[in-house]
Design a protein around this ligand. Structure first.
Ligand code: PGA
Length: 247
């Protein structure tokens, strides 16, 4: 897998935002797969800044990776609100082109099927941006004896709920126990994938993602199978990679 190491989070965000802006200019109806979490906040900031006046979001279509079960779209802790706050309200995106899983749908299995069909109808994801959990999860595909291929309902690990507590006033008990997430095949079918990781907490999972064996115990390791997947990291997240030099 191609790996790019950056001096710091800011340099990484600027470069990835530049590439996404160019991609939107080249393909105005591009289909983007987007993550939430702390890692992409700087990226979204940069992206809003760089696309302003240079690239229109009017025809861009987006699919977010995951959403909590039981949290309505209007709830301040939903991933939809996160995206509104950090990206969508700052760009000229068309609301009907912004796709989210609905964690309050009466039939969650049908909701997962609807999402897969919507991705297919859009022609598939052109560029999927991913974060990574310290446990190696991508989307909410948590480590375990098996992984699900398609969009599905998941039980979150305690570690993942702790890392999302910030969205719920710091109270881990308030973080839902379940979520809906794109599956591993949904992610791996994207034409291009960029995984972003920053900070020393991610050094170990990044090292295993790139150099470790393929294992369901580290879902991100399956990115090694993708023909066009790149890992973009800052120096701290690259700490365990041998011979990595930053740009
Ligand atoms: P983080 O989360 O960006 O807040 O570290 C990433 C993830 O869990 O996928």
């Amino acid at each position: 897998m191609q790996t790019s190491v950056f001096e710091d989070q800011g340099a990484l965000a600027r470069e990835l935002a530049r590439r996404i802006t160019d991609a939107i200019r080249q393909s105005p109806a591009i289909v983007l797969g987007l993550p939430t979490g702390r890692t992409p906040i700087k990226l979204y900031d940069e992206l809003a800044r760089q696309t302003a006046g240079r690239a229109s979001w009017a025809r861009v279509r987006t699919f977010n990776l995951d959403e909590f079960v039981g949290i309505p779209a209007s709830h301040p802790s939903s991933y939809r609100q996160f995206m509104e706050q950090h990206l969508f309200r700052h760009v000229d995106a068309a609301p009907e082109h912004l796709n989210f899983l609905d964690g309050t749908a009466p039939d969650l299995e049908a909701e997962c099927r609807r999402y897969e069909a919507a991705i297919d109808a859009a022609g598939g994801i052109d560029l999927q941006i991913l974060g990574i959990g310290t446990n190696g999860h991508i989307g909410f595909n948590e480590p375990g004896p098996e992984l699900a291929a398609r969009t599905h309902r998941v039980t979150l690990t305690h570690e993942t709920r702790v890392s999302n507590a910030g969205l719920f006033g710091g109270n881990v008990e308030q973080v839902p126990v379940e979520a809906l997430s794109m599956g591993m095949a949904t992610i791996l079918h994207a034409r291009r994938i960029v995984l972003v990781a920053t900070g020393g907490r991610k050094a170990s999972c990044v090292q295993q993602t790139i150099n470790g064996p393929l294992t369901t115990m580290l879902p991100a390791s399956f990115l090694q199978l993708h023909p066009d997947a790149e890992v973009m990291v800052d120096r701290e997240a690259a700490a365990r990679l041998e011979g990595a030099t930053s740009r």
